[in-house]
Design a protein around this ligand. Structure first.
Ligand code: GAL
Length: 651
């Protein structure tokens, strides 16, 4: 009996839904909440506003978008099927590689694999019964988003209940995870520090806690003195060698001490450099007054108390032949060929004196080409003169940006041609009577990580400007971490600056605005950069720091992962398409572990001790919350938010 009636009932049920079903086209939905890497989503045409066309086949309707793209569609269980033809639009201007993916409530329903320009359209036809949230995703296939024009052609839902709707990314509260630092002293910063013999030494002991505070140092090398109220060490060490010091601080609430090893020799930046760079906050609006204000805020905000040290000017401090601001137009050099700062920088020496007086260091920028990226005077054919000038002015770091050097190299991309300008400047910097860090900026050409140290660099950008890839944070990090073999004391892979809080606006008169990242993504940014031992340069607007942003930037336990003296970049263990683990060995035998979720839905991530090379029942500490979680046998499992990283220390 039962076996007869049951199929009939099922048939009736499905007939009733089929008869009620209607077709809802993706192109009729409100696309304003759809996100994409370039442009805005187009209805019934490609991202270039041309008829939709895939592999020579034209489509009347659909949505034209650009990697990386996401439409988060609320279905409320009301849809039965999704159908579409997908592929690269035929009018993309170059060779594209993209991936399409359809996810339902965290499960992958369909994926295209890598699709290239000219490939025939692939058909999607998936069952959506019972699905609440559908994600239509376009990825860049791991090679950047250039030319990635992607079409969801004839995309439609077969709907029998609630109508599909494109939803915004779920709003998140900006939760402050870290307890406020107490009034008692806490000395932070690296435990090992490199300098060269005979050069000026400057170190402000990064220390949290209420002022006034009294500092003392034991084991101080000959030639150095301490300002015991400010906690600033100055002088010069004549003799090469390793010096073991103990730094101490006390105030009315308590005391703190920290071992500190100075290695006086050839290697600088024994831990990743930390500081602030003006670029993503102020572009070509930067002035001397803003640089001084940045130095003030680095101290008053407490950032210097957790280790931020360099105050760096990027492009636009020189003159240009043509520029929107007449104050930045003028002769590029004087009659003796000396580089001339523009009228916004009346006295470079006075500026670095101001920064140094606070115990901080100063950074500057130029290009090996005739012009910088923003069209200002570069150093081509004035390299020796400029290196000496930067040292005489008192700068402690140089960012050397390839820019117009392509004209000089004339398209020669051989290793020797790529190394040449950097080796020239690297050698010159070593000869100055100051320790000047050398940051190579040429976007990773010629596997710069393999030879950046050899030409005198302490760090090198491994990719293009992150400014345009913020929606791709995890991919940038995964790509950067591939170069982990070259991460070591004095030699750092640089995936670009930290952009949280208020970040810039490159338009005329533009002012920094809240960055597009969710609070979780901002924590992830910092967690990933610390796991990768990347230089930590904040490049947001310091005048608009709020409590949340400071919390992201200033957790000393998180920064300690970055500054660990082993200098290791975390190893990546892929778990599935959205989740992965990053694990970094620390000098004291502990491991920093990041449980990462780059997917669009919250997910449970498990770090198995066997995969991580951990034995026994170690203690696990949540570094953002500064909270011990207990001992865990065999694994640590936690829920990780969309685009989140849970950062723990395991020992
Ligand atoms: C870019 C560089 C940026 C910034 C800019 C200045 O090439 O990657 O970090 O320095 O030039 O014009």
């Amino acid at each position: 009996m039962r076996t007869r009636t049951f199929p009939v009932a099922l048939l009736l049920a499905s007939l009733s839904t089929v008869s009620a079903a209607e077709t809802v086209w993706l192109d009729t939905l409100d696309l304003s909440q759809m996100t994409q890497g370039w442009g805005t989503p187009q209805t019934n045409r490609s991202i270039r506003e041309l008829p939709l066309s895939i592999g020579g086949r034209k489509f009347e309707r659909g949505v034209g978008t650009h990697a990386t793209s996401l439409a988060r569609i609320g279905l409320g269980g009301g849809s039965e099927r999704f159908r579409a033809f997908v592929g690269v639009d035929d009018n993309a201007n170059g060779a594209a590689t993209i991936t399409f993916k359809v996810m339902a409530d965290g499960r992958t329903l369909w994926q295209s694999g890598v699709m290239k320009s000219g490939d025939p359209a692939r058909e999607v036809d998936v069952d959506l019964r019972g699905v609440n949230t559908l994600l239509l995703q376009v990825g860049d296939a791991g090679d950047g988003i250039s030319f990635d024009h992607a079409n969801w052609a004839e995309a439609r839902f077969i709907v029998s209940g609630a109508r599909p709707q494109i939803a915004a990314v779920p709003q998140e509260a900006a939760v402050i995870l870290t307890p406020k630092p107490g009034p008692a002293p806490r000395i932070n910063g690296p435990t090992v520090y490199g300098c060269r013999p005979g050069n000026p030494f400057l170190y402000r002991i990064p220390t949290q806690g209420e002022r006034p505070m009294t500092f003392s140092v034991s084991g101080m090398p000959r030639g150095l003195t301490l300002d015991s109220a400010a906690g600033i060490i100055t002088g010069a060490i004549a003799e090469r060698g390793e010096y073991r010091l103990t730094l101490r601080a006390k105030n009315r609430h308590g005391r703190s001490s920290r071992p500190f090893k100075i290695v006086c020799g050839d290697t600088l930046s024994l831990t990743p450099s930390m500081g602030w760079n003006h670029w993503y906050a102020h572009y070509d609006r930067i002035t001397d007054a803003m640089m001084r204000e940045a130095a003030d805020i680095l101290v008053s905000s407490g950032m210097a108390d957790v280790g931020y040290q360099y105050v760096s000017i990027d492009d636009c401090w020189m003159n240009a032949a043509k520029q929107r601001d007449p104050m930045r137009v003028g002769p590029l050099r004087d009659e003796r060929g000396n580089i001339l700062p523009n009228k916004h920088f009346p006295d470079m020496k006075a500026l670095t004196d101001y920064i140094h007086a606070k115990g901080l260091k100063a950074g500057i920028y130029t290009s090996p080409g005739p012009r910088t990226c923003a069209g200002f005077a570069g150093s081509h054919q004035h390299e020796a003169q400029d290196a000496k000038q930067f040292a005489d002015w008192g700068f402690d770091l140089l960012k050397y940006d390839w820019c117009s050097y392509g004209e000089i190299a004339k398209g020669d991309k051989s290793p020797d041609a790529l190394k040449k300008p950097y080796r020239l400047m690297g050698d010159l910097l070593k000869k100055q009577n100051r320790d000047i860090l050398f940051n190579l900026c040429q976007y990773g050409m010629g596997n710069v990580w393999e030879w950046g140290a050899e030409v005198g660099g302490q760090s090198w950008r491994t990719s293009g400007d992150l400014g345009f890839e913020l929606n791709n944070l995890f991919n940038v990090a995964l790509k950067n971490a591939e170069h982990r073999a070259w991460s070591r004391p004095g030699s750092w892979n640089d995936p670009d600056y930290i952009q949280v809080g208020y970040i810039g606006n490159a338009r005329v008169g533009g002012l920094p605005a809240p960055c597009p990242l969710t609070p979780t993504e901002q924590y992830s940014f910092m967690s990933l950069w610390c796991l990768m031992a990347s230089p930590l340069f904040y490049s947001g607007d310091l005048t608009q720091l709020d409590e949340f942003t400071l919390n992201v930037l200033c957790n000393p336990e998180v920064i300690e992962v970055n500054q660990d003296p082993l200098g290791q970049c975390a190893r990546v263990i892929e778990l599935d398409e959205s989740t992965f683990i990053m694990v970094k060995d620390l000098a004291d035998g502990a491991k920093a572990v990041g449980l990462c979720n780059r997917g669009e839905m919250e997910s449970t991530v498990t770090a198995r001790w066997a995969d991580l090379g951990i034995k026994g029942r170690p203690r696990v500490r949540d570094l953002w919350r500064q909270k011990d979680l207990g001992r865990f046998a065999s694994e640590f499992k936690t829920s990780v938010a969309r685009h989140g990283v849970v950062l723990v220390r395991v020992k």
